[in-house]
Design a protein around this ligand. Sequence first.
Ligand code: NDP
Length: 253
Amino acid sequence: MSTSKIALVTGGSRGLGRNMALSLARKGIDVILTYHRQQADADAVVAEIVALGQQAVALQLDAANVASFPAFYGQVAAALKSTYGTGQFDFLVNNAGTGLHAAFADTTEAQFDEVLNIHLKGPFFLTQQALPLLADGGRIINISSGLARFALPGSSAYAAMKGAMEVLTRYQAKELGARGIAVNTVAPGAIETDFGGGAVRDNAPLNAFVASQTALGRTGQPDDIGGVVAFLCTEEGRWVNAQRLEASGGMFI
Ligand code: NDP
C-alpha cells in the first residue's frame, strides 16, 4: 500500500498533461493518468513515473463522453484498490483537450458541440462524478487558457468554453470548500505541444508572433506548466483557492 497522495490527470499521455504527471511524481505524488487513443505514449509516461519512484496507472478515457464516466470511475476505483490499496484519490486535474481554430462567422454547430463536450460538459460531469472518490482536503485544478483573457481571431468557441470553466472553478470552490477541497484554474499561454496540430511549435511565423507578444520573449514549453499544477497540489499551496493562475510568460500585457 502506498502512503503517497494520488492525482488523477486527464490527458496525461502527451503535452502538458504528461509534464504535469511527471512534475507531480517528482513531488512524491502517485498518478492515475488517462489517454484517449495514444496508449503507447501513456504507458511510456507510466514507466517514467515508476522510474521516479512513484506508482502510476494509465486508463483510457474519452473526456467528451459523459455516458462513459460511470464505467471509467469503476476502473479508477479498481485501480485505487489494486495498485494503491486505498479507496480515494486526492487531486483531480482536468487537462484533456483538443483545439479548434475557426472564425466566429464560420464555426459550425458540430464544431461548437465538440469543444463544448470536451472542454466544458465533460469536465463538469467528470468532476461531479469524482466527488465520492475525491478525498476531503483534496484539490481540483481546471486547465483553462490565456485565450479566456485575451482575444485572438479563430478561438471564439474554444475560448468561451475555457471562460466558462473559469466561472465554474469559483462555483466549485464555493460549494466544495465545506469538504476542504480547493479548486483553482491554471491558464497556460501558448505552449509548444501537439495541440492544434502543433501550430505554436511548428508554424515559425506564429511561434515568432507569440514570442514577440510575450514579456519574457519566447513561447512556452510544457516544462513551464507542469510544476505550476504540481505546486497547487503541495502542502505549500493549500491556501490558494478559487484563483486563476496564468502561466504565459506575460502574454499580451
Ligand atoms: P496535446 O494535444 O499535446 O495533448 C492532448 C491530451 O489530451 C492527450 O493526452 C490526448 O490523449 C488527450 N485527449 C485528446 N482528446 C481527448 C478526449 N476526447 N478524451 C480524453 N483525452 C483526450 O494538448 P496540450 O497538452 O497542449 O493541451 C492540454 C490542455 O491544455 C488542453 O485542455 C488545452 O486546451 C490546454 N491548453 C493548451 C495550450 C497550448 O498552447 N498547448 C494553451 C492553453 C491551454 P491521446 O494522447 O491519447 O490522444
